[in-house]
Design a protein around this ligand. Structure first.
Ligand code: HEC
Length: 165
């Protein structure tokens, strides 16, 4: 797993703050391979600091809102891959099965109605292959994807932070 230089300091911080809660994550990950409990703990440890507990994000810190929106990426080509390859996902210090479980959980809870009905859950193997390829121009890719999403769900785009910065 490659950790980009850009994210290294952030992860150091995240890891530092996570040490107190880490035994809980280990204990939980033993109980089941794919479950909501594990996903919730990983989200809390590795995502919530930026994305907030309900996925609302922060427009001031330029963290996009995942709540009731992030599932839309599954509706456009390359979107499925984007959710895995975005640095917050790809560089999370968790295994492929855990990342697949975490993304599936996000799509089934935080994403609300935005997730297409009957979506195919990510598998650890799929996630493993995708996260190997790091993203280069995230801002452009993201804004292109959102342009595509807006074509599929015209008029539904009312949340902040959807346009590229
Ligand atoms: C350091 C802050 C930070 C952390 C921690 C973080 N993210 Fe993110 N996340 C972002 C930012 C900023 C973006 C917007 C794309 C970009 O610039 O990377 C984003 C975008 C995303 C997206 C795509 C949504 C969109 O609208 O573009 C997903 C999915 C995502 N993050 C998942 C996660 C997961 C899962 C974790 C925890 C394992 C996580 N992120 C941890 C900051 C963070």
């Amino acid at each position: 797993m490659s950790v980009s230089r850009h994210f290294k300091n952030v992860w150091l911080l995240v890891v530092t703050f996570s040490i107190a809660a880490a035994p809980l994550a280990w204990a939980d990950s033993l109980s089941s391979k794919t479950d909501a409990g594990e996903a919730r703990v990983n989200y809390m440890l590795y995502c919530q600091g930026c994305h907030l507990s309900d996925g609302a994000g922060s427009s001031r810190a330029e963290v996009p809102e995942m709540k009731d929106y992030v599932g839309n990426f599954l509706k456009v080509p390359q979107g499925r891959e984007y959710l895995v390859r975005v640095p917050g996902s790809a560089n999370a210090p968790i295994g492929d099965d855990q990342l697949a479980n975490l993304l599936n959980w996000i799509l089934l809870t935080i994403a609300g109605e935005s997730t297409p009905k009957g979506f195919t859950p990510y598998s650890g193997e799929e996630v493993g292959e995708m996260r190997e390829k790091s993203l280069t121009n995230i801002v452009t890719l993201r804004s292109n994807l959102i342009e595509e999403i807006n074509k599929t769900t015209a008029g539904l785009d009312t949340h902040a932070m959807r346009a590229s910065q």
